[in-house]
Each structure stands twice: as structure tokens, then as C-alpha cells.
Ligand binder design. Structure first.
Ligand SMILES: [Zn+2]
Length: 541
């Protein structure tokens, strides 16, 4: 027999296919952007000729490319490109903070804003907060706004206060604080949204070119952690700009990874406006198949809509973030159009409302499409079963356990805390569970989520209901074969199978046979391959 089909790329190692049937293989052959063979070392030989590139990493693990099913990648990129990084330890004093602003000012035209994020006075030898007068030492020609690491406070310079019209006579708005010194002068510290907004409103919206630059930057970074596809729910305020920026990048043919973007709507009017952006295109690089809606808050801010009470805040159980009647209408309307729908719901009451809306709309015979619940943090077993019954998927964030469990312990009573993310129960019930980071809420690398799904430990080593731990293979499935379903792309990505697109990660060790889950925190790609091309080469090759 003559094999005319030669491979452009052959990969040899311990291959975890995440396909039904064959689970482990020794060799993959890729031609163009597709996988043409999966099998044994001897079997792949006939695909190799002098032009075939061969990667042989015996003993190391190879998986499908990782898929982040819920990450605000464009916003993450904007944070990195538009804001100077003031986080500890690179900035460990007010002196350093001022220096960083002075450096940034050198690269900006007079009058252009200088934005920063991540400062934390807890580490500063000066033993106080920075003030407008500190920042004035860096520049009086550029307005400056710097976010505290908590995201609940900023410091601004005198020019920024002036532009915003804040002076000694300005009172703090309800729910916000304009800090003043003993002489009654604003210090430049503003706390909470209503106060911060007064200045923020004056900052020009990011230009289209800034969004494009932000996305390019993010893609370059994210492939270095083995991410080959992302579902980006964009941002409520900038949903159109972000989708336009993705389209521009797609037209330029410069995408490094695949993107499914959602149009973010919080009302019927917004949903209607989204019509021109949403389509049923089956482009393997960029799709905008539907909408994202937020229905409740977060546990860390005690705004998730729960049936119980918050620790130390007996008067609230959280609230829905939009009218429930409107919400149900939006679901029915979006379903009738065949849109993919992803709804943020964290508390059990919010989850109940989403599932009920899905059930009712489907009962009325609306078209079937992909329905997901983002976060799905405090579901009851009944919710897990009903979400499965309507054919819906859960989009979870294992990394929340790693980075945010400390805040959950502070805000929830133990009984509720232990009910967070019952992932094992979800899998045992047969629910499709997809993983994501929700970056920039937490760092984007999937290894944090994988580690916490397997260990149920946070960064301090404190446990969150170990009974809900899953295996490493199951955790990887939530980032590969299962995740592809949440993007509606399971027919073309998510597993290593003949005919699928060649999105593959070659790891620097075998992540699926780790004895100590801690090691999962260190896994790095040697190669990230998207559409048959090596788009990232790791340093340890
Ligand atoms: Zn989100």
C-alpha cells in the first residue's frame, strides 16, 4: 500500500487523546491544520518523510489544547497594556510608586492619562497611604489614577481632581468616600465606586486600536500556558468595541488562538442591539454565537443571591442584578433566535431562577441551543440534575478555590462554604462541566484551576470539601473535551482524533501521572500548537 499522505508534523510521547475509545496513544501525525493519524510509534512511521518535523518527547505528556470557557481576555489584555503594574514586590514603597508614574509620564503626551493598578500600602516603609501630593511630584501635566490592589480604592493626582471638579467643597457621594485631611483638603484617595466614578468618567474610552493591541498582547501571553481557545464574555460596557476588535484581528489573520465571544446584554433593548453582532457563523477562529447575562453578584463581595445568610451581614442574602420578569423574557427571546446563552449565577437562588427560565422557555418549544450557567458555585443537587435534564452545561472556575477561598470563609458560614462547587457530584450526575478562569478576576493560567479541582486546596493549603475532588484526567477533561461543548465546537476541537483541528499541547512533564498534585501548579508547555502550527515554544525544551 502506498501512503501518499505525508505529515507536516509528527509528535511522539505519552498522548492523552480525550477522545471516546482510545485514551492513550504514542504518536500523532498532523498535515496542514488537521490531525491525520493517532496511534502507535510504528504505525506513524509511514507518514514521515524528509520534510516532516518530528517532536519526540518520550515520557512527557501531550494533551489537546486547553480551552478557557469563561475569561475576559480582551479586558485582561487592556489591564496589562493600558495600566502600569504597581503590584508588590516590584513597587514596595511610595517612593517607587512615584518613580513608576514619573517613568510612565516620560512616554506620554501632556494631558494624557496615566493609569495604574495593584498598589498596596500595607507593604510600604512610609507607613501611610500615597496622596495626590506624592503623585504631583511625578507629574502635574498628566492626570493620574492608580487603582489599589483591592479594586475598591484609587489614588489620583491634583490635576485629575481638578478635571473631575473635586475640591474642598465637594461632599462624598452616597456609598463613596472622598478622603480629606485635617485642613479639609481632598487627599487624592477615593474609595468605592460612587466616588471613584467621578474621576473615572473623565478618562477617555479605550480606542479601537487599544482593544486590538490588548487582545494581541493577551493572545501572545495565554498560549504560553497551553490555552488554544477562549470563550470571552467581553464586558458590559465595551461589548461592541471588543467584538469589533476581535473581528479586526480575525480579518488580519493574526489570531494565535480561537475565540468565541459573547454579546453582553442586561436588558431586552440591549439584546435587540446585539442582533447585528450575533451570527451562526461556523468560522473555526472567531464566532459570536450568543449572549451573556449577569443575574447575581459574587461571594467575595457578599452580593451572590443565596438562600442562607452572609457571615457578619445578617440583613442581606444578596440580590438579583436585573428584574426577573425581564430576565425570563430575555431568555425566551434569545432562545427563539437560537442564541447560545451563558448566565452568571453563583448563589442557589440565582441558579434556581436561571434553570427555571431555561425549563420554561424550552417547554414552550423554543429552539434548542447551548445553554450554560457561568460559575454555578452553590447549586443544590436538584439544580445539577435539572441543568443536565435541560441539556445545559456548567462553566466553573476551579481557580476560585485557589485564590478566593479565604474570602469565602470570611463571608460564608461553614455549612454554605462546604457546598461551594460540588464538582464530583456534578460529574457523577452526568452534567457536562467546563472550566474557565474568569480572568482578570484571578490569574488566567489553567494550572491553578486544575490543581484546586484535584486537591480542593486553596493557596494557603486550606481545604474546601475534599469529598468533591476529581481526578487529574477529569480536571483536564473540563478544559478539553468537555470545554469544547461549552463553545459549541466539540466536532472540531477538544480531543486528539483523526479529522479534528490540530490544537495540541506538549507538556514539560506528564501532568496526568503526577503523584503530588502540587506539581500541577508548575506544569508548562514545551510546545503549544494551534491549527497545526507551533505558536509557542517553552524555555525548558
Ligand atoms: Zn466573568
Amino acid at each position: 500500500m502506498v501512503y501518499k499522505e505525508k505529515a507536516d508534523l509528527v509528535i511522539l510521547g505519552r498522548i492523552y487523546t480525550f477522545a471516546k475509545g482510545v485514551n492513550v496513544a504514542e504518536a500523532i501525525a498532523v498535515r496542514g491544520n488537521k490531525i491525520i493519524y493517532v496511534g502507535s510509534r510504528s504505525g506513524v512511521e509511514r507518514y514521515i518523510n524528509s520534510k516532516t518535523a518530528v517532536i519526540d518527547v518520550e515520557g512527557k505528556g501531550i494533551t489537546p489544547g486547553l480551552i478557557d470557557t469563561h475569561a475576559h481576555m480582551a479586558v485582561w489584555g487592556l489591564y496589562r497594556t493600558r495600566y502600569i503594574d504597581l503590584s508588590y514586590p516590584s513597587v514596595d514603597s511610595i517612593k517607587k510608586l512615584v518613580e513608576a508614574v514619573r517613568e510612565a509620564a516620560k512616554k506620554k503626551k501632556e494631558g494624557e492619562w496615566i493609569l495604574g493598578r495593584g498598589w498596596n500600602q500595607a507593604f510600604y516603609p512610609e507607613g501611610r497611604m500615597p496622596s495626590r501630593w506624592d503623585l504631583d511630584e511625578a507629574t502635574t501635566k498628566h492626570p493620574v489614577l492608580l487603582w489599589h490592589t483591592s479594586g475598591h480604592m484609587v489614588v489620583v493626582n491634583s490635576l485629575a481632581l481638578e478635571i473631575a471638579g473635586i475640591n474642598r467643597n465637594t461632599r462624598s457621594p452616597p456609598g463613596g468616600i472622598i478622603e480629606k485631611d485635617s485642613r479639609g483638603e481632598p487627599t487624592g484617595i477615593l474609595a468605592e465606586k460612587p466616588a471613584i466614578e467621578i474621576v473615572e468618567r473623565k478618562i477617555p474610552r479605550p480606542a479601537q486600536t487599544e482593544w486590538v493591541e490588548a487582545i494581541r498582547y493577551a493572545m501572545r501571553e495565554w498560549v504560553s500556558e497551553g490555552i488554544t481557545a477562549v470563550k470571552d464574555p467581553t464586558s458590559h460596557e465595551y461589548t461592541r468595541e471588543i467584538i469589533e476588535a476581535y473581528k479586526a484581528i480575525r480579518r488580519g489573520g493574526e489570531q494565535l488562538l480561537r475565540v468565541v465571544a459573547l454579546y453582553w446584554a442586561q436588558s431586552l433593548e440591549e439584546l435587540w442591539k446585539g442582533e447585528g453582532y450575533i451570527s451562526s457563523s461556523e468560522d473555526p477562529w472567531l464566532r459570536v454565537p450568543g449572549i451573556k447575562i449577569i443575574l447575581d453578584g459574587a461571594i467575595s463581595t457578599r452580593t451572590a443571591w443565596i438562600s442562607g445568610k452572609y457571615r457578619g451581614l445578617p440583613e442581606t442574602s444578596g440580590l438579583p442584578t436585573l428584574d426577573l420578569g425581564v430576565f425570563r423574557e430575555m431568555i425566551a427571546e434569545a432562545l427563539s433566535k437560537g442564541y447560545m446563552i451563558s448566565v452568571h449565577a453563583i448563589g442557589d437562588i440565582a441558579i434556581e431562577e436561571v434553570i427555571k427560565a431555561y425549563e420554561e422557555a424550552l417547554k414552550r418549544g423554543e429552539r434548542k441551543s447551548i445553554l450554560t450557567v457561568i460559575h454555578f458555585m452553590l447549586p443544590k443537587q436538584d439544580h445539577v440534575e435539572r441543568l443536565r435534564a435541560v441539556g445545559g452545561y456548567a462553566e466553573i472556575q476551579g481557580g476560585f478555590i485557589y485564590f478566593l477561598a479565604e474570602a469565602y470563609r470570611k463571608n460564608l458560614y461553614m455549612e454554605t462554604y462546604n457546598k461551594i462547587l460540588p464538582v464530583r457530584s456534578m460529574l457523577d450526575t452526568g452534567l457536562t462541566v467546563c472550566s474557565g478562569s474568569d480572568a482578570p478576576v484571578i490569574p488566567y493560567p489553567p494550572r491553578y484551576g486544575i490543581y484546586s479541582l484535584v486537591s480542593r486546596l486553596d493557596m494557603l493549603g486550606i481545604e474546601l470539601n475534599r469529598g468533591e475532588a476529581i481526578s487529574i484526567a477529569q480536571a483536564f477533561a473540563t478544559y478539553t473535551s468537555e470545554a469544547s461543548k461549552c463553545l459549541g465546537m466539540e466536532d472540531i476541537i477538544g480531543s486528539i482524533e483523526v479529522g479534528k483541528l490540530a490544537d495540541i499541547v506538549v507538556w514539560d512533564r506528564d501532568p496526568l501521572s503526577m503523584r503530588d498534585p502540587k506539581e500541577l501548579l508548575e506544569i508548562k508547555p514545551l510546545y503549544t500548537i494551534v491549527d497545526g502550527k507551533i505558536i509557542y515554544r517553552g524555555a525548558n525544551r
